[in-house]
Ligand binder design. Sequence first.
Ligand SMILES: NC(=O)c1ccc[n+]([C@@H]2O[C@H](COP(=O)([O-])OP(=O)(O)OC[C@H]3O[C@@H](n4cnc5c(N)ncnc54)[C@H](O)[C@@H]3O)[C@@H](O)[C@H]2O)c1
Length: 376
Amino acid sequence: MRIIVTGGAGYVGSIVTAKLVEQGARVVVYDNLQFGHREAVHPDALFVEGDLANTEKLETLFALHGFDAVMHFAANTLPGESMEKPFLYLRDNVTNALNLLQSAARYGARKIVLSSTANLFDRPEKIPISEDEKIAPGSPYGESKHLIERMLHWMDRTMGMRYACLRYFNAAGAMPGGDRGEDHKPEYHLIPIVMQVALGQRSHVEVFGADYPTPDGTCVRDYIHVLDLAQAHILALEALDSRSRVYNLGNGRGFSVLQVIETAREVTGHPIPALIGPRRPGDPAVLIASSDRIRRELGWKPRYPGLRDIIETAWSWHRTHPHGYETSQPGRDQRSAGRPTQRAANMRFPSWMTIAETAAKQGRDDRTGVGFGNQG
Ligand SMILES: NC(=O)c1ccc[n+]([C@@H]2O[C@H](COP(=O)([O-])OP(=O)(O)OC[C@H]3O[C@@H](n4cnc5c(N)ncnc54)[C@H](O)[C@@H]3O)[C@@H](O)[C@H]2O)c1
């Protein structure tokens, strides 16, 4: 199967790419590296640096590869930021998805898996949150994902494109073995922040409120191991032969902020000082997604449901990569790696590409300049 993975140099996308490649898929990663890392892309995937706003480049790519399926991760991803910059989300996330869908439709890619979000449910009536919960996005970020879900609905109705939307909260953990993990700059997610305290890169972690109606007073959230997430994406893609699907995805258990910090203390052996601060506006006390439907229909079962497993793999990644992907290639400026002068020297193609395709790529790149920078 030929698959384009947008955002495949990012945290979740790079790990899904690695699992797809391991299963024999031919993967092309399309990422503008605004948040991603070239080093995170599996060497047997073809990496193409580009932005989803660049429709010409997208079309060229779809025309050349004849993708069967799309996995769409590339997005602006921060609910908090989206409250300050709504158009970055309501315009860019949505238009970029539209560009992608248009190319997919035009060139016959009939299956798409969307990384959606549980931020579709701002004030759920029932916990754990099921697919029947009323959609009420909690931010322009959540709204942008909702709008993309609606586009997919109409792609199915009007042209038979099959889609799966996976809605989840907090992806966490790393690939056991430690070669791919979370590296967001700046970092806003609790577990990596706690890991940075354990590494001595931050003095403490701030806890936003300890007076919630939860057992220890801190917010309870749903953490899902990134490998379980990858498995869900792959199962969802396989299930698209029959019909489109929407799944909420969580590990079935919630963990409080203090539980996360306490488990990290045990795993790292570091005291991890925590300071209790005021509540953040808009933070609900408990958010946990139900995964009953995906378990029942696709047989999905998390392999790493325990907080300790999640934090152990995260710690293994952060300990060996204290500065993220920069650690693995010190001094490398990945954003300059695709400059035309360096391109020829950097070019390398995965073994699955035919000689003709490789030649076509090199020719196209020289001719139009729109193609395939930073393949190295
Ligand atoms: N990480 C989480 O906890 C979480 C939770 C729920 C949903 N999600 C969704 O999962 C997806 C992946 O999240 P992540 O944490 O891996 O994010 P990430 O920022 O690590 O990865 C996103 C990738 O997309 C790329 N990208 C962004 N805009 C682009 C554009 N216009 N053109 C090309 N590439 C672009 C970035 O460079 C980055 O590599 C996102 O869609 C996010 O909304 C993530």
